[in-house]
Design a protein around this ligand. Structure first.
Ligand SMILES: NC(=O)C1=CN([C@@H]2O[C@H](COP(=O)(O)OP(=O)(O)OC[C@H]3O[C@@H](n4cnc5c(N)ncnc54)[C@H](O)[C@@H]3O)[C@@H](O)[C@H]2O)[C@@H](O)CC1
Length: 492
């Protein structure tokens, strides 16, 4: 499990340790660890020219001390003093170690800074850390364009410009690697910001983990403790029966994909309710399927379901399911069926477009009034949280980083997963995810665990179905069983 802690929790944990240590010791540990990582990358790449971007806070102090250590070891280091002030101790250390200094505290960059950034082998970003507000400081907005394309960008603690809490997307200096200290922060794991982080390296500086995490991510080794594994006494009913209302005369494939996924992921049994065309396909593609109503432990409603095309039986079954106290996964068209809060376990699985439609229907407002596509892209987990609170449901927002947001009343951390290759952005992948999550809900997992675990297995299956290349959704569905077996074999 990877855990990330919000800024107040990090500051409190650091404060306790800092009070027990000599003045400046924590920063020395951070700078030393940072310098070691940069030196290792330099020797891997045979690079020499280092530019350190130094902001006005402690993050700038870490970066400048690290620059001093590298310069003392013979590297060619230029520090760009970019904040309204500079950490005094670090500045003295840099001067003594022979770091070249340039000031760019406001306005246009000096010519020497422009050329140094264009020619640098390594750029160390110490402009802003956890004290940063989203967005780059006004005069530094052009920095991403000034850094040469071949430079290795190493961010200190987090990429400058990113929201430390990972809630909103903003302009930032994207890093190849981010070196953080003892504790991961939400910025490193959230969909709005993770892309800017690159490789995440955590250096231990002796700050213990706080009790409550803000964001969590399952690692592959966690699957063993979480995945429902049948015992000798189990039968198909005790393992969980999933009722599936997906697909229609138009989207016949959604039924095949969602049911295949649920069966391959190991559900005890699927009962399918839908019109003739998808039913006919399923009889051939997934002969394990049982057709028509009966007792189920959970429902999957929606993938490929168009409300104006759905059969009366599909609509009445879906409405009865939503009115029941059984767990439900609602995907795609099924999201249009939910208008009232639901108290039974419910997992909504919208992509960004569906999240916008759903939030708009609930009258959730954006920055400038009516919610826009940009609002949802800018702050997907914020909008998902509002929807979750309004409907009492867990919301899984699909994307390269999938986020699972529970209602505030449940109060659990946000779960995020980033296990799939970009090839997984393909038609039908969401139908497969719905099937996996449905299977997990039917087995008795809570919606947040089912969503995050489902996203993990879905992503890994996509990679294993065709490592490094394009993948079709049906192949992902077929790969699920082998993927679960592979993950269950990993040491816990
Ligand atoms: N607290 C500690 O004990 C330790 C802190 N460490 C480092 O200290 C960092 C936190 O230091 P700080 O609290 O000084 O925060 P920062 O170094 O992030 O600096 C924040 C400063 O920048 C200004 N600012 C923030 N956003 C801005 C924006 N968008 N445009 C313009 N100005 C902006 C703020 O007003 C503030 O003065 C951590 O990220 C980490 O790198 C490490 O040295 C390890 C130990």
């Amino acid at each position: 499990m990877i855990r990330a802690y919000d800024v107040p929790a990090v500051r409190a944990a650091e404060e306790v340790v800092r009070a027990q240590l000599p003045d400046g010791e924590l920063m020395q540990r951070a700078a030393t660890g940072l310098a070691q990582v940069i030196a290792a990358r330099q020797s891997e790449e045979g690079s020499d020219r280092v530019v350190v971007l130094v902001g006005g806070g402690d993050n700038g102090g870490d970066a400048l001390y690290a620059g001093a250590i590298l310069a003392a070891d013979g590297a060619n280091v230029l520090a760009v003093l970019a904040g309204s002030q500079t950490h005094e101790g670090a500045l003295g250390a840099a001067e003594s170690a022979g770091v070249l200094l340039e000031e760019w505290r406001s306005g246009e960059p000096p010519a020497a800074v422009v050329s140094a950034l264009a020619e640098a082998d390594v750029v160390v970003d110490g402009i802003l850390g956890i004290g940063g507000r989203p967005g780059l400081p006004e005069h530094l907005r052009a920095i991403p364009d000034l850094v040469g394309t071949d430079a290795l960008v190493v961010a200190v603690d987090l990429p400058s410009g990113c929201d430390p809490e990972g809630q909103v997307r903003s302009d930032a200096l994207y890093a190849d690697e981010t070196v953080t200290f003892s504790l991961a922060k939400p910025v490193h794991l959230m969909p709005a910001t993770e892309q800017a982080v690159g490789l995440l390296t955590v250096i231990d500086i002796g700050v213990p983990e706080p009790e409550v995490a803000a964001v969590q991510r399952f690692s592959h080794a966690d699957v063993t403790g979480l995945w429902p594994v049948p015992a000798p006494g189990d039968d198909k009913y005790s393992r969980g029966v999933l009722g599936v209302v997906t697909g229609g005369e138009h989207y016949t494939g959604a039924a095949v994909l969602s049911v295949t996924a649920a069966v391959t992921a190991g559900v005890g049994m699927v009962r399918y309710i839908g019109p003739e065309a998808p039913t006919g396909l399923l009889r051939h593609a997934v002969p394990e399927t049982v057709f028509g109503p009966g007792r189920v432990q959970a429902w999957l409603i929606g993938s490929g379901l168009e409300l104006d095309e759905a059969t009366a039986k599909q609509l009445s079954t879906a409405r009865e399911a939503l009115a029941s106290d059984l767990p439900v996964v609602l995907d795609a068209g099924g999201l249009d069926l939910l208008n009232e809060p639901r108290s039974a376990p419910t997992l909504l699985t919208p992509h960004l477009g569906e999240l916008l439609r759903l939030a708009t229907r609930l009258d959730i407002q954006g920055e400038g009034g009516t919610l826009t596509d940009a609002d949802v892209r800018h702050a997907p987990t914020v909008v998902a949280g509002q929807v979750a609170d309004r409907l009492g449901c867990t919301v899984l927002v699909k994307g390269a980083v999938t986020a699972v947001v529970s209602p505030a009343s449940v109060g659990r951390p946000i779960l995020t997963q980033a296990d799939g290759p970009s090839w997984l952005a393909t038609a039908g992948a969401g139908d497969v995810l719905g099937g996996v999550c449905g299977a997990l809900l039917a087995s008795g997992l809570d919606p947040a665990t089912a969503g995050a675990l489902g996203a993990l297995v879905h992503g890994v299956a996509a990679d294993r179905a065709n490592p490094g290349g394009p993948v079709r959704a049906l192949d992902v569905a077929h790969e699920l069983g082998r993927t679960v077996a592979h993950l269950l074999r990993l040491p816990a």
